[in-house]
Design a protein around this ligand. Structure first.
Ligand code: XMP
Length: 319
């Protein structure tokens, strides 16, 4: 039985032995795995690590700033932030098909990461937050859904010219161990225990065409929802919760006037493996408070619905 401290010590020794005095780049997403990998590698080799964080404009409220604060400000990790909202929104304009949206977002991620890595010609290693379940998954059937940098570059998927060696210090660890060492490395609890977030981000939680207006509405609604889940103690009992933007307008009343605004759907599921999932039996009082807050505080939304679909036949995400 290894303690988090021992796992870290062991990993640091191995990283140093592998890398020597060479430079490493890592695509930081803000998710648990890449975050823990970054913190661990930084602990081992300090400034030999450069992280590239692509802000695609499809992140949760304040997420980009939080990532920079945690890594650059607090841990002193060298992070290059690429503000690419405009490029992602331009590439997604007019596109409504979910798989096409995923392809565009995943492809642009890789392009931007490669652009950045060309600016770091000294890099010899590409670090990834691959964990043990990913290793098993890529050995077996592919879901065809994961379009983050991680999956694109998985095991041999690197463009030839980059000729980077892979550094995957979490490869033998399960999620719980990754979280435990993340906490031990000083990452914020909320980051380490955060629900999973898909690589394409809000791009698959805005149904149909992605627009900045929709993303801004969704970010606010989602932040209120998650804040209320923390406050009411539900967050840690739920496997994944998020808001979905429906580009559908419905009629409402406010004061003396009639409104005609968008719908937000709330999703919360319980699952062990994300292959099957049940909807979370949220108490009515909590739903009422969340709905009131979203409708009162988020401009452009006059109706909130709760998703009571299990997986299967529904999926967890709406796209
Ligand atoms: P579904 O919607 O298939 O989701 O029931 C199962 C889990 O996978 C996540 N998910 C994704 N993660 N890229 C990712 O990195 C994707 O394209 C993607 N699609 C779904 C989803 O959030 C859930 O945890």
């Amino acid at each position: 039985q290894w303690t988090p401290g021992q796992i870290i010590e062991d990993a640091i020794g191995r990283i140093r032995a592998q890398v020597g005095d060479e430079q490493v780049i890592l695509g930081l997403s803000g998710g648990v795995d890449s975050s823990v990998a970054a913190a661990l590698i930084h602990r081992a080799i300090g400034d030999q690590l450069t992280c590239v964080f692509v802000d695609n404009g499809l992140l949760r409220l304040n997420e980009g700033d939080q990532v920079m604060q945690t890594f650059a400000d607090n841990l002193g990790v060298r992070v290059i932030r690429v503000d690419a909202e405009d490029r992602f929104l331009a590439a997604l304009a007019g596109v409504t098909d979910p798989e096409q949206k995923r392809k565009i977002i995943g492809g642009l991620f890789v392009d931007l990461f490669e652009e950045q890595s060309k600016l770091l010609p000294a890099a010899r290693w590409l670090a990834q937050g691959t964990i043990y379940p990913d290793v098993i998954e890529s050995a077996g059937a592919k879901t065809g859904k994961a379009h983050n940098i991680k999956s694109h570059h998985n095991v041999g998927g690197l463009p030839d010219y980059m000729q980077l060696k892979l550094l995957e210090p979490l490869r033998e660890l399960f999620k719980d161990e990754v979280r435990a060492i993340g906490e031990e490395l000083g990452l914020p609890r909320a980051m380490v225990w955060r629900h999973p977030f898909p690589g394409p981000g809000l791009g698959v939680r805005i149904l149909g065409e992605v627009k900045k207006e929709y993303a801004d509405i969704l970010r606010q609604a989602d932040a209120i929802y998650i804040e209320e889940l923390y406050r009411s103690g539900h967050y840690d009992k739920i496997s994944q919760a998020f808001a979905v933007f429906l580009p559908v307008k419905s009629v409402g009343v406010m004061g003396d006037g009639r409104t005609y605004e968008y719908v937000v759907a709330l999703r919360a599921v319980e699952t062990r493996d994300f292959m099957t999932a049940g909807w979370y039996p949220m108490p009515y009082a909590d739903l009422a408070r969340i709905s009131n807050r979203i409708i009162n505080e988020v401009r452009g939304v006059n109706r909130v619905v709760y998703d009571i679909s299990s997986k299967p036949p529904a999926t967890i995400e709406w796209e």
